[in-house]
Design a protein around this ligand. Structure first.
Ligand SMILES: [Zn+2]
Length: 245
C-alpha cells in the first residue's frame, strides 16, 4: 500500500441502509468514486468474500447485538451483546455465529468499543459507556499505543452521566487532551455540535493522517441513486469543513 499523506474521507456503509443489505458490491463500487475509506459490519447479505474496489481502505465493527431468532428480538430478550434486543438487531444481522464468521473475513482495521476487548488493531471508539475521563483515556493510549475513534455524537451524549465533562461546552473544550491519539473521526452531522466538535478537533490535532468517516443515521431511502447522491453531498460538505479549518 502506498504512503498515506493528508486526511482521507469516506462514508460508512451502515449509513446507506438498506442498500448495504441488498447489494454491497454495487454500493461500494459507487462509493469508491468519492471515498478513500469506508466502514462495514457483518450485516445480512454480506459474506466477507466480496470483491471490493482496490484503493479503498476499510474499518470494520462487530454486529451490535445479534439474535438467534425473531422472537428473541420481539420480546426484547438479551442478544449476543448482552443487551435487550430489538427488531433492528434481527432485521440487520444474521445469527451471532454467522456474524462472527463473516466479521473474521471482512477487510479492514477493527474498531473496538472498550479498552478490554481491543485487539491487535489497537483502535477504540470512545463514548460515555467507557466510563473514564478524557485525561485517563489519553494516559492509556500513550501507555498502550492505542489510537482512538472520536464520534461527534457519542462524545457528548448523556451529559448528565457523561464521564468526559459536566456540559457539552466543557467536553468540547477538553478535546485537545485526546486529539493526538485520534486516528478516525466519525462524523454524525455537519452542523451544530457536530461541527463544533470537528472544528475543535481540527484546530488541536497536528496529525496529517486522520480519516474522516461520515456515519450519519440512515434515512432508509429506497431509491439507490438518491442514497448515493446524499452520501456524496455529505462527504463533500465534511471535506469542505475539514479542508477550510
Ligand atoms: Zn461511531
Amino acid at each position: 500500500m502506498s504512503e498515506i499523506s493528508g486526511p482521507s474521507f469516506g462514508v460508512s456503509t451502515m449509513s446507506l441502509t438498506p442498500h448495504n443489505l441488498r447489494d454491497i458490491e454495487g454500493l461500494v463500487k459507487e462509493l469508491a468514486a468519492f471515498s478513500e475509506i469506508s466502514q462495514i459490519m457483518p450485516v445480512r447479505g454480506v459474506t466477507g468474500s466480496e470483491h471490493f474496489p482496490p484503493g479503498l481502505r476499510w474499518y470494520k465493527e462487530k454486529a451490535w447485538n445479534p439474535v438467534d431468532g425473531f422472537f428473541q428480538a420481539a420480546f426484547h430478550r438479551d442478544g449476543d451483546g448482552m443487551l435487550p434486543a430489538n427488531l433492528k438487531d434481527y432485521v440487520l444481522f444474521p445469527n451471532p455465529d454467522i456474524c462472527r464468521e463473516v466479521f473474521a473475513r471482512l477487510p479492514g482495521r477493527m474498531i473496538a468499543h472498550d479498552f478490554e476487548s481491543v485487539g491487535c488493531d489497537r483502535l477504540v471508539e470512545i463514548g460515555p459507556k467507557i466510563n473514564m475521563s478524557l485525561e485517563k483515556i489519553a494516559k492509556v493510549c500513550q501507555k498502550r499505543n492505542i489510537e482512538l475513534v472520536l464520534d461527534t455524537e457519542h462524545l457528548v451524549e448523556n451529559v448528565a452521566t457523561n464521564p468526559f465533562g459536566r456540559s457539552v461546552d466543557e467536553i468540547i473544550d477538553k478535546i485537545p487532551i485526546i486529539s493526538p491519539f485520534v486516528k478516525v473521526v466519525h462524523v454524525k452531522g455537519t452542523g451544530g455540535n457536530h461541527r463544533r466538535i470537528l472544528r475543535k478537533f481540527l484546530t488541536s490535532s497536528h496529525r496529517s493522517d486522520v480519516d474522516y468517516m461520515a456515519e450519519y443515521r440512515p434515512e432508509l431511502i429506497l431509491d439507490f441513486q438518491l442514497t448515493i447522491k446524499k452520501a456524496s453531498s455529505f462527504v463533500y460538505e465534511m471535506k469542505r469543513i475539514v479542508l477550510a479549518t
